[in-house]
Write a protein that binds this ligand. Structure first.
Ligand SMILES: Nc1ncnc2c1ncn2[C@@H]1O[C@H](COP(=O)(O)OP(=O)(O)O)[C@@H](O)[C@H]1O
Ligand SMILES: CC(C)(COP(=O)(O)O)[C@@H](O)C(=O)NCCC(=O)O
Ligand SMILES: [K+]
Length: 255
């Protein structure tokens, strides 16, 4: 079975695939000081809850946007699962698409994985929106070429920034407010962030489509994607498994 690890700036997701089937999926917060042994013990326990054991894992693949965690996750795979993981972004790992960027070495591994997954699943030119710590927009041509995209502050980051910078603004959770015209501080903050974000999504999708000269299929992923999907019709597909499916696909292309 394949262990797929997606390390974002907020959470690390671990998933086990038996062929196409997900046997288990677990999340840890991203902490740069956690050791391979800490992950190893934790993951071994969780595998047990799904009726799996470390010896069931025969291969691993890692995508990390936190460079400091790559060494730890490699050590985890070697020590606990006896395998050398593929690491997305390392030169020997083939993606099966051309990365048409000025500095291809800079792009986040998660963005490339999302592009691979979206191209494998959907037709036509694509825009992938991933609601993570940052909100990323990735543009994929009809033939699969990765064209680039946009990086915007994530929703929770935007809310946190308001709280950090303004003495009278509380820390609040994201939510869809009843109206747009807030009648007190919290609804006003929710309106600014929620409807402001809907505007950001619609504006970027429209401008990207204009710049590439064609309408694109828009796929959204990430925990907060459903909250925005319900407020706009520019998102065509909600695909929460996108990044993990992309890791599965890249592994397949490299064995
Ligand atoms: N279902 C959810 N509901 C509310 N917040 C969520 C949900 N899923 C993720 N988040 C929040 O969204 C942010 C991004 O999380 P995540 O997608 O794991 O980011 P990353 O990939 O950057 O680690 C975090 O602040 C997380 O707490
Ligand atoms: C843009 C990101 C911070 C998104 O990370 P995430 O929100 O998934 O934690 C990450 O993909 C990254 O660090 N990228 C490097 C810069 C780039 O993609 O050009
Ligand atoms: K992510």
């Amino acid at each position: 079975m394949l262990l797929a690890i997606d390390c974002g700036n907020t959470n690390i997701v671990f998933a086990v695939f038996d062929g196409e089937q997900v046997k288990g999926e677990w999340r840890s917060s991203t902490a740069a000081d956690r050791t391979a042994d800490e992950y190893g013990v934790w993951l071994t326990l969780l595998l047990g809850t799904a009726g799996l054991k470390p010896a069931d894992i025969s291969a691993a693949i890692v995508a990390s946007v936190v460079p400091a965690n790559v060494f730890t996750l490699k050590t985890l795979c070697r020590r606990y699962f006896g395998c050398e993981p593929l690491v997305v972004g390392e030169p020997e790992v083939k993606l099966g698409l051309a990365v048409l960027l000025d500095r291809p070495e800079e792009v986040g591994a998660d963005r490339l994985v999302n592009a691979v997954a979206a191209h494998a699943r959907y037709k036509g030119p694509l825009i992938v929106i991933d609601f993570g710590t940052a909100t990323t927009f990735d543009v994929v041509a009809e033939n699969g070429d990765y064209l680039g995209g946009a990086i915007a502050p994530g929703i929770n980051l935007s809310l946190e920034a308001l709280h950090m910078a303004a003495a009278k603004l509380p820390r609040i959770a994201v939510g869809r407010p009843k109206g747009v015209v807030g009648k007190s501080t919290v609804p006003a903050m929710q309106s600014g962030v929620y409807w402001g974000y809907v505007g950001l999504i619609e504006g970027l999708v429209r401008r990207i489509s204009e710049e590439i000269g064609t309408a694109a299929t828009v796929v959204a992923t990430g925990g907060l994607a459903p909250l925005f999907m319900e407020a706009t019709d520019v998102i065509h597909h909600l695909d929460q498994d996108l990044t993990l499916r992309g890791l599965l696909e890249i592994h397949r292309r490299n064995v």
